[in-house]
Design a protein around this ligand. Structure first.
Ligand SMILES: C[S@@+](CC[C@H](N)C(=O)[O-])C[C@H]1O[C@@H](n2cnc3c(N)ncnc32)[C@H](O)[C@@H]1O
Length: 421
């Protein structure tokens, strides 16, 4: 894990300071409320194994009726042995028993198969993508995670201008936790065969909210289903359950709304939904794709489709942010898939800028406008017209990735002979 974060949690933040801060910002109380919610959602059978990851000092027990945890076999983990010792005292005081394990969830030594895995550590504090992989590798039937949501305009997970206990203040100077994008997190779980079943938001201090998300493992292979050209725009779709499906994302497209869901093959589908399944043979082959779109909804859907199709997906909501993501990316980016028309930097300009440092990178552009097609032909780049369906997108990307690069310096001086080859 990130060495600065490891030092923060194992050496810097002292037990007492940690408890004082968590109680003051309402986080200990918030996590207790979310814990009650998780148990109510998952309804584990008495005797079930529950793993609580990043359990800290167990301060939530000060705000929780311990009876709700008593029927279960508990395993509580944390990086910091001193926190676990404090947690042990709290367990004793509440007549609860648990296995206490010093464990880094990013390289966990936990045994697979807890019925319920609860990551109460607030995912901002770890490399959340690795975290999701680790949770999924343990194959829990259900997995609950907690993320943080800020009021508009506040981007850091750290509240500016708050008085902090000394060791907590030092920790915030050493490492900045970034917020976890809920849509991408949901897509990352979906790529491991988990669908979102539950969401609860709990307001804490400074107008921040803690969000509990509950994911359930899909029996058998999870296939992505795209419900296309379907939902009248006025329909409330953000959290709509489609039979056994949980709607996962939506995109506003020129001719209506594209809804995207993960679920089972045998579905009771509403009459307005058309289902397109991504068949196995056209699944992706683990290349890295950088997806860029200034529409959050489109970005979420495309990231989810590609993640589920087997690609490694990076994403950004603007050209300048895409340049940053690419600069920080480890290894090769095989394809840039970008919207054409974005306010700060257009897709073609982004493609040109990125290809200077990555000449082998393929570029594919997408647009809802008719002029996009002509524009990108000038560069010899691939183009897909929005709206598209999942199957078409994955198919085209595979074609582009496995065909010769036909790019040429774009824009004004288009040489039609190059496009013939
Ligand atoms: C913000 S605290 C939340 C703790 C507790 N759930 C609560 O709400 O009071 C984050 C906790 O995660 C632990 N932690 C951080 N990184 C971890 C990792 N990679 N594996 C396990 N625990 C980790 C820290 O030691 C700390 O106790």
């Amino acid at each position: 894990m990130d060495p600065a974060l490891r030092r923060v949690w194992t050496e810097v933040v002292l037990c007492g300071d940690y408890d004082e801060h968590m109680a003051r910002i309402g986080q200990a109380q918030g996590v207790a409320a979310l814990m009650r919610g998780f148990i109510g959602w998952a309804k584990p059978a008495p005797g079930a194994r529950i793993a609580i990851v990043g359990a800290g000092t167990g301060q939530m027990l000060d705000y929780l009726d311990p009876a709700i945890l008593r029927p279960y076999r508990l395993t509580c983990t944390d990086l910091n042995p001193a926190y676990l010792a404090r947690l042990g005292q709290r367990l004793c005081a509440n007549e609860l028993e648990a296995n206490l394990v010093i464990d880094d969830i990013e390289r966990t030594a936990l045994r697979a198969g807890p019925g319920l895995l609860l990551a109460t550590l607030v995912l901002e504090h770890i490399d959340w993508r690795r975290g999701v992989e680790a949770f999924a590798a343990l194959r829990p039937t259900r997995c609950g995670v907690v993320i943080q949501e800020n009021p508009p305009g506040m981007t850091s997970a750290v509240t500016p201008g708050r008085a902090l206990p000394p060791s907590t203040a030092r920790a915030f100077e050493m490492a900045h936790a970034n917020l976890v994008p809920e849509g991408e997190l949901t897509a990352a779980f979906a790529a491991h065969g988990y669908v979102r079943e539950y969401r609860l938001a709990e307001e804490v201090a400074d107008s921040k909210r803690l969000i509990a998300l509950g994911f359930g493992r899909v029996a058998g292979p999870a296939l992505p289903l795209a419900f296309s050209r379907v939902l009248p725009a006025e329909r409330p779709v953000q959290e709509m359950h489609l039979g056994v499906h949980v709607l996962h994302g939506t995109a506003h497209l020129p001719d209506g709304l594209l809804a995207f869901a993960f679920g089972y093959r045998r579905a009771v589908l509403p009459p307005y939904a058309k289902v397109i399944m991504v068949p196995r043979p056209i699944m992706g082959t683990l290349e890295t794709i950088l997806v860029v779109d200034d529409s959050e909804a489109v970005l979420q859907v495309v990231v989810a489709i590609l993640g589920h199709a087997g690609f490694r997906v990076l994403s950004a909501d603007s050209g300048p942010n895409a340049l940053k993501v690419a600069a920080q990316a480890d290894g090769k980016i095989d394809l840039l898939l970008s919207d054409v028309d974005m306010p700060e930097m257009s897709g073609p300009d982004l493609g040109e800028a990125l290809r200077k440092g990555r000449p082998g990178m393929h570029v594919m552009l997408m647009s809802g406008g008719i002029e996009g097609n002509l524009l990108v032909l000038n560069y010899g780049w691939a183009y897909i017209q929005k709206p598209f369906v999942a199957v078409k997108l994955v198919q085209m990307i595979n074609e582009v990735l496995h065909s010769a690069d036909r790019s040429q310096p774009g824009g004004q001086g288009f040489d039609s002979r190059k496009d013939a080859g």
